[in-house]
Write a protein that binds this ligand. Structure first.
Ligand code: ZN
Length: 291
C-alpha cells in the first residue's frame, strides 16, 4: 500500500533527478534499476521513500520528446516542450549542419522554432552571420537578433505561453542569455549542486525554469553533434520544410535526389527555388549512415 505523488522533473543529472511537486516542494528522485529514460520536463508518478526523496515509478504520456541519437545510443534532451530556440552567434562561427539538424528534429516533434542570433553587437561578424542565415529568413523561420550581454529582454515575448528548450553549440552565449532572463538561475544551480553533492556535474545537466505561470524554459548542455539516427529518409526530407512543394514530384517514387533523372528537387535547386547550400546539407544528412 503506497501513495504515489505527481511531480515534474525540473533537473536531470545523469540518473539523479529533481522533481517539483504541485505545492512547489522540490525533492530528489532516483529511477528504478539501471535504465533511465526520464527527461527534464517529464510529468512523473513518484513513490516517496524518505524526507524529500522518492523513486520515479512511471512517466506520464509526453506531448513531445526531443532527443538525438546515433547508431549506438539515444540522448534525451527534453520532454513536453512546445518550442525549440536554437541559439547561434555572430562569433565563434556556427555550424550550418547543426542548425539544420535541430530544425529537422523540431519538425518531427511539431515544435515551434525560433532562431536567436546572439552577439549582434559585433557588427562586422553579425553581418556575415546574417548572410549565413539568409536561407532561413527566406524559408520563413523566425530569426531574433540580440546581444545577450547587453539585453536579453527582446526574447521575452517569444517565450510567453510556451515551454521552450534552448539548444546551441557551446560558445554561442546560451548561459548569458539564461542569466539575463533569470538572474536567479545561477544561484539556483549552485544550491541544487550543493544539495545533490554533485558539483562536478553542474554543467552537464538539463534544467527547467519557470518564467511565469505558463511560460517555462529548459536549458540543456551545449551540443556539438545532433544525430538523427531515429529518423527515416522521408522524415529528414520533410524536415527541410522548403522542399514540401516538390516532394512526390520526382520521376521515381523512391528518388534520393542525388543522380536520378527528372528529380524535382534537383530542378528546383537549378532554378534557384531551393538554396543550394541547404540542398547540400540535405544530401549530407540523409546519406545512409550519416543521419
Ligand atoms: Zn528527386
Amino acid at each position: 500500500m503506497s501513495t504515489h505523488i505527481q511531480g515534474q522533473v525540473i533537473a536531470a543529472f545523469g540518473r539523479q533527478y529533481l522533481a517539483e511537486l504541485p505545492d512547489g516542494e522540490i525533492i530528489t528522485c532516483l529511477t528504478r534499476g539501471k535504465k533511465s529514460d526520464v527527461a527534464c520536463g517529464d510529468f512523473v508518478e513518484i513513490k516517496p521513500t524518505a524526507e524529500a526523496q522518492g523513486v520515479i515509478e512511471s512517466i506520464r504520456p509526453r506531448d513531445s520528446l526531443l532527443y538525438r541519437s546515433d547508431a549506438y545510443r539515444q540522448k534525451i534532451i527534453a520532454a513536453n516542450v512546445t518550442q525549440i530556440i536554437v541559439v547561434v552567434a555572430a562569433e565563434p562561427p556556427f555550424s550550418d549542419e547543426l542548425l539544420a539538424r535541430c530544425l529537422i528534429a523540431a519538425y518531427d516533434q511539431k515544435l515551434e522554432v525560433l532562431i536567436v542570433l546572439n552577439k549582434c553587437d559585433i557588427a562586422d561578424k553579425a553581418a556575415a552571420a546574417r548572410l549565413q542565415l539568409a536561407p532561413y529568413y527566406s524559408i520563413g523561420y523566425r530569426v531574433l537578433e540580440l546581444s545577450a550581454t547587453q539585453d536579453a529582454s527582446p526574447l521575452r515575448p517569444f517565450l510567453q505561453g510556451q515551454t521552450s528548450v534552448l539548444v546551441g553549440q557551446s560558445g554561442m552565449g546560451k548561459s548569458t542569455l539564461i542569466n539575463g532572463l533569470l538572474p536567479e538561475a545561477q544561484v539556483a544551480t549552485r544550491e541544487i549542486s550543493t544539495a545533490l553533492n554533485s558539483g562536478k556535474h553542474t554543467t552537464t545537466h538539463a534544467r527547467l525554469y519557470h518564467l511565469n505561470a505558463d511560460s517555462h524554459l529548459i536549458d540543456c548542455p551545449g551540443v556539438q553533434m545532433f544525430g538523427l539516427h531515429h529518423l527515416s529518409f522521408g522524415e529528414i526530407e520533410q524536415g527541410f520544410i522548403e522542399f514540401a512543394p516538390y516532394l512526390g514530384k520526382c520521376r521515381f517514387h523512391d528518388c534520393h535526389h542525388t543522380h536520378e533523372p527528372n528529380c524535382a528537387l534537383q530542378q528546383a535547386v537549378a532554378e534557384g527555388k531551393i538554396d543550394a547550400r541547404r540542398f547540400r546539407l540535405f544530401l549530407d544528412i540523409s546519406r545512409p549512415g550519416s543521419q
